[in-house]
Ligand binder design. Structure first.
Ligand code: FAD
Length: 372
């Protein structure tokens, strides 16, 4: 802690108000002066974004204004453009001094799963516009058969039983990742049962001729010569870490793929007072649940450092976990430490039915989430 602050609470600047950032900020709100730097006017609960695309009445429940998050700390609506160990510079030129910094800037992902738009009105309008286009499309092509592609196929099928849905990937199996073969087989079975056509091991011969989310009929050909005609397509792959703001003292911790290197205590490589959590860090798989778990470890470690204790806690991974809904009542998953997959009823209960909107509404002080 800076000498001038020894009697006072430490200032912790949390950069990025996604799943990890809001958890760290809230956990430190009583012990520190928290400053949360975030360009968006509301937290976007992107876990439910695909449901909002097919049913825009969900929009009011997935954009949660930051005003209700902190009891003591402040939220600076701005983008960090340069971060050093004890200083955060924002796009508007504000310099914020920090005793500790938590980097929680997450990742970009193609719309509709995430958005780059920073104000709720425009972000919601973007979803409504895509919903109108999707409603008019008879044939939908989803590129990428990972968790997002599978989930989006399920959401579209739930609302539009008659649409043709093609899920296409260069990989030879759906889902990818370190998951059990039984899970992949069960998800595949449910997709086929839902009349989602799977085209695997199939790179395309040419780039897509239209923009994602644009209503316009096109035909593409796979390398083996299969033709796919669709009226709209969405990109369902591509996590890109947001880490372009690291100043000279932190730049060495940025790996060539853009992720920020952290040690077991989640301190950024070579740093004592700077931590990185969530999608932007190398700590674990890219999951909101893991980002929140890391945030708790970092809050404890900052409290320890502020009390002069240097024996910090190490982050313990929860293990392999995933819940993939196929619509509100389908899907399957894998939970840590279990040697059998989790079936559709449990996945519907823990995720598919309400997509955790009530849980996140409560984090923002909304005891009764906005009515659908
Ligand atoms: C459709 C979908 C469903 C998912 N379902 C699940 C699930 O069920 N369970 C699960 O665990 N995970 C799920 N995930 C993964 C999960 O969404 C991510 O792992 C999670 O968003 C990571 O959280 P984060 O806090 O690291 O970053 P993010 O959520 O990406 O948040 C980062 C924040 O930082 C801000 N930011 C970026 N740059 C700057 C800057 N320079 N200055 C200030 N702020 C900045 C951004 O505006 C953003 O608000 C899902 C993902 C998708 C796309």
């Amino acid at each position: 802690m800076n000498e001038r602050n020894q009697a006072a609470k430490p200032t912790v600047v949390v950069v990025g108000g996604g799943y990890g950032g809001i958890t760290a900020a809230k956990a430190l709100d009583h012990t520190s002066d928290v400053v949360l730097v975030e360009p968006k006017d509301a937290f976007m609960h992107n876990i439910a974004a695909l449901r909002a695309l097919v049913d825009p009445s969900w929009l009011s429940r997935i954009f949660l204004p930051y005003a209700g998050l902190l009891a003591h700390g402040r939220v600076v609506r701005d983008r960090a453009v340069e971060v050093e160990p004890h200083r955060v510079l924002t796009a508007s030129g504000e310099e914020i001094s920090a005793d500790y910094v938590v980097l929680a800037t997450g990742s970009r992902y193609p719309f509709p799963a995430k958005t780059d738009l920073v104000d709720t009105h425009h972000a919601q309008e973007q979803v409504r516009q895509s919903n109108r286009a999707l409603a008019q499309a008879d044939r939908v092509l989803l590129l990428g058969a990972g968790p997002v592609g599978i989930e989006l196929a399920g959401e579209i099928r739930e609302v539009w039983p008659e649409k043709s849905i093609v899920l296409l990937d260069v990989a030879d199996e759906i889902l990818g990742g370190p998951y059990m073969p039984e899970l992949k087989a069960e998800l595949r079975r449910q997709l086929v049962e839902s009349r989602v056509e799977l085209i695997m091991s199939s790179p395309l011969r040419q780039p897509l001729p239209t923009e994602p989310g644009e209503l316009a009929t096109f035909t593409v050909t796979t390398e083996v010569g299969t033709e796919v005609t669709a009226d709209i397509w969405f990109r369902c792959y591509g996590v890109v870490p947001n880490s372009d703001y690291l100043g000279d003292e932190l730049a060495a911790a940025r790996r060539s793929d853009g992720f920020i290197e952290v040690g077991p205590t989640l301190q950024v490589a070579g740093q004592t007072a700077v931590f990185a959590i969530g999608d932007v860090s190398t700590a674990d798989a890219k999951m909101a649940g893991f980002a929140r778990h890391q945030a708790a470890t970092v809050a404890d470690n900052i409290n320890s450092l502020a009390q002069g204790q240097f024996d910090l806690a190490e982050y313990e991974s929860m293990g392999v976990a995933i819940a993939v809904p196929i619509g509100p009542s389908g899907g399957a998953g894998q939970f840590p430490g279990q040697d059998q997959i989790v079936g559709r009823e449990t996945i519907s209960e823990v995720k598919g039915r309400d997509l955790m909107v009530d849980q996140f509404g409560e984090v923002f002080g909304l005891s009764t989430p906005s009515v659908r």
